[in-house]
Design a protein around this ligand. Structure first.
Ligand code: PLP
Length: 392
């Protein structure tokens, strides 16, 4: 067993060896361009067709409803900009939440500059959107509502079925950024009125730079990338065949193993939450206690400005990778998290969070070891950083 522990699976995940194996032939022997009519092209085309089916099967979609992209970010951009541009209306109103990933929030800001009106719904202290708030925010010009299925920092799961139902009753479209949720919680576009759904392979033990957007049949969108007409003209570019094979394999494994994996991770997650908040009394859980991603722990350090980053660095020295928030905001240093601010945290508390996220390859032994090392490291930090930090 390696000494190093990787507990940052919401940032990205290690490739599943079964995914690597499925991709290998497409780096070597199978090289054709899927648009070519000859044998080499047909081989590549068949691989993509299979991947599309595998992705569709994960949430009960039709393969024709899957558009491959190069990331979750691109899928989010395509969903929002593609829908608004596809409508061709003069006045457009879009509703999202204040705690979305920047892939949504920077896109809505772009759309605002194009004249689209955007409402950012508040969340409660657990990070939940209130369906009544959505109901009240709807306007005659509301065309699209985009609410994430699971939050990347705090792990809270939104009531997307209810939010989508309210949106549909109003006659608008519902998009969900399900990048953190796909393959971890059951999603089914036949029973949930979701019109568009974004996903990304690298959050699910698949390759980086590969994503997809589900677009319900009948929903029209405009492309962002123009060119040779691949992906039914909605996303031109010669396909990343190996990457898509990896995404397909990732989806197939998730479909078969999601339920068992989620039960295992929920147990480890709850062990972490209960043990840490008991042995380190100044820590508290952030996000909803039960409506949260299976392997996701987000902890606050009460009144300890700067403590989170010190703890992260000390754990890193011990070979343990965790996060203080989303990887995407790492470059902002100790800036308060806008997600925690939206959840009502003051400026100091919004700086002091730790994110521990488990994945397929984490073991109970790693959790046990972490629970021994963490209080030791926290105690070592105590004299330097805070006299309140009591490790039992
Ligand atoms: N949406 C959410 C909720 C995410 O957590 C992420 C990645 O952290 C993204 C979108 C962006 O996905 P990608 O890294 O594939 O661009």
């Amino acid at each position: 067993m390696s000494d190093r522990i990787y507990f940052d699976n919401s940032a990205t995940t290690p490739l599943d060896p079964r995914v690597t194996k499925a991709m290998e032939p497409y780096f070597a022997g199978i090289f054709g361009n899927p648009s070519s009519l000859h044998w080499a092209g047909r081989e590549a085309r068949a691989a993509i067709d299979q991947a599309r089916q595998q992705v569709a099967d994960l949430f009960n979609a039709h393969p024709k409803e899957i558009i491959f992209t190069a990331s979750g970010t691109e899928s989010d951009n395509l969903a929002l900009i593609g829908v608004i541009e596809g409508l061709g209306q003069r006045e457009n109103h879009l509703i999202t939440s204040a705690i979305e990933h920047p892939a949504i929030l920077e896109t809505t800001r772009y759309l605002e500059r194009q004249g689209v009106e955007v409402t950012y719904l508040d969340v409660d202290g657990d990070g939940l959107v209130d369906p009544n708030d959505l109901q009240k925010a709807l306007r005659p010009t509301t065309r699209l509502v985009s609410i994430m299925a699971a939050n990347n920092v705090v792990g809270t799961l939104q009531p997307i079925t209810e939010l989508a139902r309210i949106t549909h009753e109003h006659g608008a479209l519902f998009h969900t950024d399900a990048v953190q949720a796909v393959g971890k919680i059951p999603l089914n576009v036949k029973t949930q009125p979701i019109d568009l759904l974004s996903l990304s392979a690298h959050k699910l033990h698949g390759p980086k730079g590969v994503g997809a957007l589900y677009v319900r049949s009948g929903v029209s969108i405009k492309p962002l990338v123009h060119g040779g007409g691949q992906e039914r003209g909605l996303r031109s570019a010669t396909e990343n065949v190996a990457g898509l094979v990896g995404l397909g394999q990732t989806a197939e494994i998730a479909r078969a193993e999601m339920s068992d994996e989620a039960s295992r991770l929920v147990q480890l997650r709850d062990q972490l939450i209960e043990t840490i908040t008991t042995i380190l009394p100044n820590t508290y859980l952030i996000g909803h206690r039960y409506r949260r991603l299976p392997g996701h722990v987000c902890l606050g350090l009460a009144g300890q400005e700067g403590e989170a980053i010190k703890l992260l660095l000390a754990l890193d020295e011990a070979g343990i990778a965790i996060s203080t928030g989303s990887a995407c905001s790492a470059h902002q240093g100790s800036e308060p998290s806008y997600i925690l601010r939206a959840m009502g945290f003051d400026l100091i508390r919004a700086r002091g969070s730790l994110r521990i996220t488990l994945g397929r390859f984490n073991t109970a032994a790693e959790v046990d070891r972490f629970l021994i090392v963490l209080p030791q490291i926290a105690a070592d930090l105590r004299p330097i950083t805070s006299r309140h930090f009591v490790a039992a």
